[in-house]
Design a protein. Structure first.
Length: 378
């Protein structure tokens, strides 16, 4: 039983960070019911359902929110929910009669999670956008990449998921904790721009202190430092070096066949020369040869795995970091707990019936009444 067992969550249709947050909650045991539009095409979903990993762990109820009976059904579900998650633009839920005030009037203890890129307020709040736009605004995108090269989009990890999903999950769980003393729910306004800025906090502080420059590719952790970068090996694979501390770098230099003291001197005074030295050394052997060389050391050197490599990596295998659902290998629930062990999550729901989706929420007679009233298509 996961630590969130017994928590009832309604998830409204969205793409990106809102479904990923719902997946995190479901992975840890929450009972999440995903409300989908009648047609997936509106959500831009093109992959077969089993590959929609962020949709795993919950049942799906397809509803037409323009249908009066469907709206009545949704409001009945709100009465039973602990948490509601939505990812529409500001104002959409209010126009449906499902905004916070409407829902709190029915269920004052509801935690109402709102996931947007720009936030519920501000000049851009109603504008369209994606991960790249949000991290561009905050300065995060400009900070990522090599010197004299364009900024590098870091997949959609930093904005959508790091600055979005995780902060929404944190906000929801924080509001649930507060509810224990107040007895009241509240709105969680999770904006990706806010989360991305929060994640930038350490870098902002280093720039303000003069420890780092505001120019990408010139600093300790952004490929500027040769002892914190990636290098090509003889077989064309890449190896990642993170030997920041002198004691680790000393071991690295020794294993590379360098004079450790001379290399340390370059580390402190001549990054250009050190980068050339390291590149030449790593290019002489294959990545696997170097892996063998560095095994059992504190050199902070790791092969840059492909996704397929990661799936078969001995360390990740030992931790059972992957699970297989419906023939698709995917990350196991995280984090781990000593007592509350989540079960294997359900694969993304296929075409479960409405009755099945509602079974954990409503009495069978109530379900039948809504079915007879036409709250969903048979």
């Amino acid at each position: 039983m996961g630590p969130l067992h017994g928590l009832n969550v309604i998830e409204f249709p969205a793409i990106g960070p809102a479904p990923f947050c719902a997946m995190l909650l479901a992975d840890l045991g929450a009972n999440v019911l995903r409300l989908d539009r009648e047609e997936d095409a509106k959500l831009g979903i093109e992959r077969p359902r089993k590959f929609q990993i962020a949709n795993r762990g919950r049942k799906v109820l397809k509803v037409d929110l323009k249908n009066t009976e469907a709206l009545k059904l949704v409001r009945t579900l709100v009465d039973k929910a602990d948490v509601l998650i939505e990812g529409f633009r500001p104002g959409v839920m209010e126009r449906l009669g499902l905004g916070p005030d409407d829902c709190f009037a029915r269920n004052p203890a509801l935690v109402y999670g709102r996931m947007t890129g720009w936030g519920q307020t501000g000049p851009l709040s109603a504008a369209a956008g994606h991960d790249i736009n949000y991290i561009a605004l905050t300065g995060a995108l400009d900070a990522i990449g090599r010197k004299d090269a364009p900024p590098t989009p870091p997949l959609n990890l930093l904005g959508d998921y790091g600055g979005g999903s995780l902060y929404l999950a944190l906000g929801v769980l924080s509001a649930l904790w507060e509810r224990q003393s107040s007895g009241r729910g509240q709105v969680v306004d999770a904006a990706i721009v806010d989360g991305a800025l929060s994640l930038l906090g350490s870098h902002i502080g280093m720039v303000a202190a003069g420890v780092s420059s505001g120019t990408r590719g010139t600093n300790l952790l952004d490929s500027g430092a040769p002892f914190y970068d990636v290098y090509a090996c003889a077989d064309g694979r890449w190896i990642a070096v993170g030997a920041i501390e002198d004691k680790f770098f000393h071991q690295l230099a020794s294993r590379l066949g360098l004079d450790p003291e001379a290399a340390l001197k370059q580390k402190r005074s001549d990054w250009t020369a050190l980068r050339k030295t390291l590149a030449e050394k790593f290019a002489t052997r294959s990545a696997r040869d170097w892996e063998t060389e560095f095994n059992g050391t504190d050199c902070c050197v790791t092969i840059a795995n492909t996704l397929e490599d990661a799936r078969n990596d001995p360390h990740l295998s030992a931790r059972q970091a992957f699970v297989e659902l419906d023939g698709v290998a995917q990350p196991a629930p995280a984090p781990r707990f000593s007592r509350s062990v989540p079960g294997i999550p359900r694969a993304p729901a296929a075409l479960n019936t409405a009755e099945d989706a509602l079974a954990d929420w409503l009495d069978p007679n109530v379900i039948e009444d809504f079915k007879s009233a036409g709250a969903w298509k048979s």
